[in-house]
Every structure is written in C-alpha cells, then in structure tokens.
Design a protein around this ligand. Structure first.
Ligand SMILES: *[C@@H]1O[C@H](CO)[C@@H](O)[C@H](O)[C@H]1NC(C)=O
Ligand SMILES: *[C@@H]1O[C@H](CO)[C@@H](O)[C@H](O)[C@H]1NC(C)=O
Ligand SMILES: *[C@@H]1O[C@H](CO)[C@@H](O)[C@H](O)[C@H]1NC(C)=O
Ligand SMILES: *[C@@H]1O[C@H](CO)[C@@H](O)[C@H](O)[C@H]1NC(C)=O
Ligand SMILES: *[C@@H]1O[C@H](CO)[C@@H](O)[C@H](O)[C@H]1NC(C)=O
Ligand SMILES: [Zn+2]
Length: 403
C-alpha cells in the first residue's frame, strides 16, 4: 500500500509538470527566400517584406498562410521510406569558366544565377531547368538553416531552384502546381576549407552592398551539393519567401555539405541589407505539416521497422524549435527574440496546450479523489479489521497510462 501511494504521487507530479510545460508556445523564427523580386511585385500588393515580419507575410501574400508551406521540420522517424523514389540525376552542372554567372546580394539572400543548360534530367516526372541558387544562414550563435531535422537547425542551407521545362521561365513556372523543384542541402562546419565554396565566397566583398551584383566565372556547381545525392527527403511545399506559392517539389539531402568556420563566418558577416545592418538570419520558421507526408529515399539505419507510419504527427511539425545544436552553434541566447514570430504556430501551440492542461487537470482531480477515497477506506479497514488478513483485496486505483 505504500507502493500505491508512491505511484500515485509520481503520477500526480507528472500530470502537473506536463500541464505546466505543454502550453508554452515554442515557436521559431525566421525565414527564407526563394523567388526573385519579379514574383513579389507580380502577386503582392507591396513588394516589401522582412524576415522580422514573417508572421505578417500573409497579410500581403495570402499564400503564405496556406497548408503546404515551407520550410518544415523533418521528423526522421516519421519519414516514409519509399524505395520507388527515383534517384536525382543532374546534367550540365559542370560549367566552364568561360561561362559568366551573376552573383547578387538582393537584400534577402546571396543569389547566383544559373544557365538553363543545367538540369535535373531524372528524378521527377519531367525535366527541370536550373534558374538560380541561393543561401539561408544565421549568425555565429544562431544556426540559420530553414528546414530542421528532428527539431534542430543546421548552420546554413543551400537551395538550387529549378523550374519545369514545360514552362518558359522561372516566373512563369513559379505559380504552377508542378512548376518548381528545389534541391536543398544543409551546410555544416567541418575541419577543412571547402574549395568549391570559395568559387562563390571569394566574391562576397564585391556584393556587400544591397542590390549590388558581380560576374563570376563558371565552376562545377555539383560540388556545392553533398557528395551523395541518393539519400534525400521529399515533400510537397512552397517558396519559403513571399509570395509563398505552394508549387515546390522539395528534395532535402540527408548528407550535409561541410565548410570551415571561417567560410561560414564570411557568409554570415559580409553582406549588408539596407545601410548598415548585416544581412543574416534570413530564414523562415518551420511551418505546420497539416497532414503532409515526408518521404525518404533511404532506410534510416537503426530505425526499428524501417517503414515508419508517417503522417500522424502533424502537430510536431513546426513546433520543435530547439535551436542550437549541430556543430558549432549552440547557445539558446537567441531563443527569446525568436519566439513569437510565426503567429500561426503559436496559436496552435496554445490551443493544444490548453487542451492538454484541461485533460491533465481532470485527470489530476479524478486521481486525487480516488486517492482520498482510498485513504479513507484504508483507515476504516485498518481501524475495524486490524487483524484481518484480507487486506490484499482492497480497492486499488490504477492510473491510466499514456494519456
Ligand atoms: C514531385 O515529384 C515526385 C516524383 O516525380 C512526384 O511523384 C510528385 O507528384 C511530385 N509532386 C508534385 C506536387 O508535383
Ligand atoms: C516568362 O515567360 C512568359 C510567358 O512566356 C513571358 O510573358 C515573360 O515575359 C517571361 N519572363 C521573363 C522574365 O523572361
Ligand atoms: C505531392 O502532390 C502530388 C500531386 O498532388 C501527389 O501526387 C503526391 O503524392 C504528393 N507527394 C507527397 C509526398 O505527398
Ligand atoms: C494561392 O492561394 C490561393 C487561395 O488559397 C489558391 O487558390 C492558389 O492556388 C494559390 N496559388 C499558389 C500558386 O500557390
Ligand atoms: C540523415 O538520416 C539519419 C537517419 O535517419 C538521421 O539520423 C539524420 O539526422 C539525417 N540527417 C539529415 C541532415 O537529414
Ligand atoms: Zn531558399
């Protein structure tokens, strides 16, 4: 009977703890960038948006509050292993240095224009033509990838934007349901310089001013992506910047790209947005899944059962906003100013939190009553039947598990 009491006590504590913790809105932060200014002008009433304002993007750009938004958190255990996903095959990525590419600081990102000779020739239902690539990053303290994996950000992320070859150009394709395919990879800090990234980073100082651009010689763009392209996640999503069109067939590679700390710092510190503010933290917060499924082309090592049942955990999608983490960033220092963007997320979290609080509150009361009844009963028995050995058969309340 002492045992019973202990179990109950622990259970009650747990209920209180959960009820208290869960309502905290764990929303995340900023945002990202996919499209050019053309699209913004085209669709939005105002062309202006900022990462600080991302919870208000949908006022000017309705699609930003849609139900297939990007980025998302990738829950590796919920990803559905899909052997039938065809591998990605790239063509024309190895550019001659005769070819000149335009590198631009457009105020939201560092963007490199790509020639239409670069293509994804296999992996989708049609050929996709490359248009541009760009980056999302944070600061030395705040890892700035857009997608997260099991709730964690990486230091930075590269996006290579392609449009369906059945359309004439990027802006034409951007609003079509089958218009875009973006290849995304996480950038981590490794022990060595990544010479491939110097093709881009060495010209950063030439575009430090917003809206400036420069020409750089072509190089093998394939090497900006991870060595292994066979392992990837796939889901239906959107541009991660206004106008947030839900037209992107996303591929996120499981293998990461590594650059040195120094190289990452160049990206984080060199570009300016506006007069004297540094262009950084240009990432959008993870968005809710709303039932979308995330496929994976590979079977996770050590995951029991391999084919996991995806889809059920919609609520976890954008919520797990631990920052910090992977390689070299850490600190929660930024967490404060990051919360309460992403209004939608916060609202959702509060709703869920309240429900949980009520559920646990009711459980608490029921359990408490049972406990009191039990104690009262116990007293009576003890006083009346002191010597009776039938003590074992008394009523024992069993708390339900897994609520
Ligand atoms: C994305 O590509 C896959 C593979 O070709 C295809 O099955 C899927 O329908 C595409 N998604 C969209 C939204 O077109
Ligand atoms: C893109 O294609 C459309 C339709 O063919 C055309 O009207 C438009 O001018 C093109 N835009 C650019 C930037 O080339
Ligand atoms: C993406 O959307 C396409 C077209 O609606 C659909 O056929 C496909 O199954 C979706 N992909 C995933 C991973 O849900
Ligand atoms: C934008 O949102 C509207 C309204 O929800 C929808 O009808 C339209 O298909 C969306 N367009 C794109 C390109 O996502
Ligand atoms: C790659 O996949 C493994 C196995 O699921 C997972 O543990 C890891 O977090 C993934 N990393 C990325 C960057 O997707
Ligand atoms: Zn992007």
């Amino acid at each position: 009977m002492k045992m019973q009491g202990k179990v109950l006590f622990v259970f009650l504590l747990q209920s209180l703890f959960l009820a208290k913790v869960s309502p905290e809105p764990s929303s995340e932060e900023d945002s990202s960038s996919e499209m050019h200014h053309e699209e913004q002008r085209k669709s939005g009433s105002h062309g202006h948006w900022k990462y600080d304002d991302q919870d208000k993007w949908s006022l000017d750009f309705k699609n930003c509050s849609g139900k297939s938004q990007s980025p998302i958190n990738i829950d590796t255990r919920a990803a559905i292993f899909t052997p039938a996903l065809p591998p990605i095959v790239l063509q024309g990525y190895d550019l001659s240095d005769e070819e000149k590419l335009t590198l631009q600081n457009n105020g939201h990102t560092l963007q490199l224009s790509l020639p239409d000779t670069m293509r994804i020739v296999r992996g989708f239902d049609s050929v996709f033509v490359a248009a541009q690539l760009h980056f999302h990053w944070g600061t030395v303290k705040v890892p700035g990838s857009e997608h997260t994996v099991d709730g964690l950000h990486f230091p930075a992320e590269i996006h290579v934007v392609h449009y369906n070859s059945k359309y004439d150009n990027l802006s034409e394709a951007a609003s079509k349901p089958d218009g875009l395919a973006v290849l995304g990879a996480f950038i981590e800090i490794g022990p060595q310089e990544n010479a491939n990234y110097d093709n881009v980073l060495s010209s950063l100082t030439d575009v430090s001013i917003e809206e400036s651009d420069t020409e750089i010689p072509g190089f093998n763009v394939r090497f900006l992506l991870p060595p292994n392209l066979d392992h990837f996640y796939r889901y239906n999503g959107s541009l991660t910047t206004p106008p947030c069109f839900q037209t992107v067939n996303w591929t996120i590679f499981n293998e990461t790209v590594k650059v040195s700390r120094k190289q990452l710092s160049e990206l984080e510190d060199t570009l300016k947005a506006g007069h004297d503010s540094v262009l950084s933290k240009n990432f959008r917060a993870p968005q809710l899944l709303y039932g979308r499924r995330v496929l994976s082309s590979f079977e996770a090592l050590g995951s029991p059962g391999g084919v996991s049942s995806g889809g059920t955990e919609d609520t976890s999608s954008g919520k797990s906003s631990k920052r910090g983490a992977r390689l070299g960033s850490g600190e929660d220092s930024s967490e404060k100013d990051l919360t309460d963007k992403g209004e939608e997320d916060a609202k959702f979290a509060l709703g869920l939190g309240e429900i949980l609080a009520i559920v646990f509150g009711v459980l608490f009361i029921v359990t408490l009553l049972s406990f009191i009844m039990y104690m009262v009963q116990q007293r009576k028995k003890n006083s009346r039947l002191r010597k009776d050995t039938r003590q074992n058969v008394i009523y024992t309340p069993t708390p339900k598990e897994g609520v």
